[in-house]
Ligand binder design. Structure first.
Ligand code: GDP
Ligand code: MG
Length: 372
């Protein structure tokens, strides 16, 4: 539609812009180089100049994000990978505390006001099997990833404080979980409290379509206490059982593909991005593109602040070496060369610019209409 400008069309068909403008003029269309062409105009111009025009979605111009799910399903070299878990729930129901209890470290104590400031992503071992956890503050990063279609979550754990029950954000999370199609496990937290009423919570959740297995439904409700550590093993075991059914796979030898869950500009390190690997093995020295940023991986730093050489599927680390800070939800792909990575990044830059231009034009048109 209004995505192609007159000068872009002229460039594409390799004809002087003045000729294109003249043809349009002869048709009674007063257009200048920066005006956008509609489909009808493009059709007429194509006939006039005897060129065949295929309108390509600019998304295809930087389509380095191949349909991975399909690739992996067909990939005979894919092997089992660990599950990636997102813990969600109403504020103060114990998401951070639960993540702490799970990795037996104390993150929340250092947090300003007890509010999670950023996504943490880390992997724990349960009976020799790995599980990666994501922490989603306010679900913003999670929603962002879903919008981009790059959600990495395999299983959603909904935390509900057993003494507080279903709250507005619990309902939001239920909605997100249903939309995502990811299997759900409910962690009934704060079971150490005398005021805990697990059956009341089960009833409330069942009302919203999350039916407990022991009530004939299909969702596991695991009583836990982030405070005492009770039920944590049970929760992890249930995650592994759920993951088994999902048959999660990846090919460790494929070109690496990862997703950014968090990013920032760090003093001394420059742009950094916490990523989760979806496929392949991400290595120090890899050339990568990540949206409009690119670079060569200088260092991979794991959750214990240790430098590692490579990162397997479903594992997470901070990537150092990009030239710009990528957005969360952006896909990182390993490339054959620096040149290739740079080319993709540049195409993406152009695409982003293009999107901005068409947006600004649209809003200008809207502004004008509203003024009339
Ligand atoms: P978040 O907002 O969901 O991340 O919740 P937090 O993990 O920050 O926990 C909110 C409050 O509940 C904090 O004061 C925690 O100490 C407390 N809390 C979390 N889990 C438990 C639990 O299992 N038992 C008790 N008694 N308190 C808990
Ligand atoms: Mg928190």
């Amino acid at each position: 539609p209004e995505d192609i400008r007159v000068y872009e069309f002229a460039e594409a068909i390799k004809r002087p812009m003045s000729e294109v403008i003249k043809v349009l003029f002869d048709l009674g269309l007063m257009m200048t180089k920066n005006d956008f062409l509609g489909n009808d105009e493009i059709e007429i111009l194509s006939e006039e100049f005897d060129v065949e025009v295929t309108i390509v979605d600019p998304k295809d111009a930087f389509n380095y994000e191949e349909d991975l799910a399909q690739d992996i399903e067909k990939d005979p070299d894919a092997t089992k990978r660990p599950p990636v878990i997102t813990i969600m729930g109403h504020v103060d129901h114990g998401k951070t505390s639960l993540l702490d209890a799970i990795r037996k470290a104390k993150v929340s104590e250092g947090e300003a006001g007890g509010i999670t400031q950023h996504i943490g992503a880390y992997t724990v071992q349960q009976n020799g099997e790995a599980i990666t956890f994501l922490d989603t503050p306010g679900h913003a990063a999670f929603s962002h990833m879903r919008q981009r279609g790059t959600d990495v979550t395999d299983i959603i754990v909904i935390v509900v404080a057993a003494d507080d029950g279903v709250k507005p954000q619990t309902l939001e999370v239920i909605k997100i979980a249903k939309e995502s199609g990811a299997p759900v496990i409910v962690a009934l937290n704060k079971m150490d409290k005398e005021t805990a009423q697990p059956d009341m919570v089960k009833g409330q959740m069942a009302e919203h379509g999350i039916s407990p297995v022991d009530w004939g439904g299909d969702v596991e409700f695991i009583p836990v206490s982030a405070k005492s550590g009770m039920g944590i093993d049970d929760l992890l075991e249930n995650i592994l059982i759920t993951a088994e059914v999902l048959e999660l796979r990846a090919n460790e030898n494929a070109m690496a593909k990862a997703t950014v869950v968090e990013s920032s500009l760090e003093k001394g390190r420059g742009p950094v991005a916490t990523v989760i690997v979806q496929n392949g093995t991400l290595k120090v020295g890899d050339y990568v593109v990540c949206g409009s940023s690119y670079g060569r991986i200088k260092a991979l730093i794991d959750e214990n602040n240790k430098q590692i050489k490579s990162l397997l599927p479903s594992y997470t680390a901070v990537v150092v070496g990009l030239n710009e800070v990528p957005a969360s939800g952006e896909v990182m792909m390993a490339m054959e060369s620096d040149k290739e990575a740079k080319e993709y990044a540049q195409k993406r830059h152009e695409y982003d610019r293009h999107i901005e231009l068409s947006h600004s034009t649209k809003s200008t048109l809207e502004d004008m209409t509203s003024m009339i």
